[in-house]
Design a binder for this molecule. Structure first.
Ligand SMILES: Nc1ncnc2c1ncn2[C@@H]1O[C@H](COP(=O)(O)OP(=O)(O)OP(=O)(O)O)[C@@H](O)[C@H]1O
Ligand SMILES: [Mg+2]
Length: 256
């Protein structure tokens, strides 16, 4: 089992889109995939069409009471631990408990023989839930928008990654992923050149293509289900292949 945490403390970087769609792509190719929604915004949960989530279905009991993972829900061939707004209430409890940030890592160790890949979608923060997600990972996936906002986040990312790595020396960045790339814009091309100079390993950029990304979230389906074979689906397949190549995941590609 390899565990990936999709991380950027900056909001709207493409974390949830990557978690959901790379996760689905790996599952469609036959791997056993668990997705974990660590974000009280619960976008991943909603974009999978999961509703009526109770706190006991989320990682709340893991984070607060050191319990095992709840039974995952099943959707589109994926196992999913969903989230809801109440997950935000876990953070003050975690602050007062020694070792709370290591609880997800320990809970995942107990299911290591059940999955090939675990993908954790973290919230746009540097707080307790995010740290817990980072410390459960073998690898980080770091989406960075090809905008000034993406560059602005780099110093903070560097500090955060170094602090996680101090506690968990094996933790490494599997891929930095340039997101929302519009090749027609000089600004995007300049930022991408800057990212290429500053970050490694850097994936090929994921182009900005509104319709399918946005509409698939409204439909509550991954793009591989909503628009198989579309340019956006091919972007997802290419990113998944890059990730597999870097980490040794046995992804042979899915048929769209
Ligand atoms: N390549 C893309 N082209 C166009 N829109 C995209 C693309 N990727 C993601 N989006 C859309 O951009 C928005 C932000 O993406 P997403 O929610 O994945 O980012 P995030 O980092 O998880 O945000 P947050 O920090 O709020 O959790 C979403 O509405 C998503 O559907
Ligand atoms: Mg998100």
């Amino acid at each position: 089992m390899q565990t990936f945490t999709v991380f950027n403390h900056a909001g709207g970087a493409g974390k949830t889109s990557i978690s959901l769609n790379v996760g689905h792509e790996l599952a469609a190719s036959g791997l056993r995939v668990l997705l974990i929604d660590l974000d009280p915004q619960a976008s991943l949960t909603g974009w999978l069409g999961l509703t009526d989530v109770q706190p006991a279905d989320t990682v709340y009991p893991v984070a607060v009471d050191d319990e095992p993972l709840p039974t995952p829900q099943q959707r589109y061939g994926l196992h999913v631990i969903p989230s809801n707004m109440n997950l935000a209430l876990a953070e003050p409890h975690m602050l007062g408990a020694v070792g709370a940030q290591g609880r997800l890592s320990r809970a995942l160790a107990a299911v290591a023989d059940q999955y090939d890949a675990v993908i954790i979608d973290s919230p746009p923060s540097l707080a307790q839930l995010t740290i817990m997600g980072a410390l459960a990972a073998d690898w980080m996936i770091v989406p960075v928008p090809t905008r000034q906002k993406g560059l602005d986040a780099l110093p903070g990312l560097k500090v955060a990654l170094a602090s996680y790595k101090k506690v968990l020396p094996k933790l490494d960045v599997a891929l930095y992923v340039p997101t929302f790339y519009d090749a027609r814009r000089l600004h995007d091309r300049e930022v991408l050149a800057d990212l290429r100079a500053k970050l490694a390993p850097l994936a090929e950029p994921v182009p900005q293509r509104e319709a399918v990304w946005l509409d698939s979230t409204m439909q509550g389906a991954p793009v591989g289900v909503y628009a198989p074979g579309s340019p956006v689906h091919r972007d997802v397949q290419r990113l998944t292949a890059e990730l597999a190549q870097r980490t040794g995941l046995p992804y042979a590609g899915s048929v769209a």
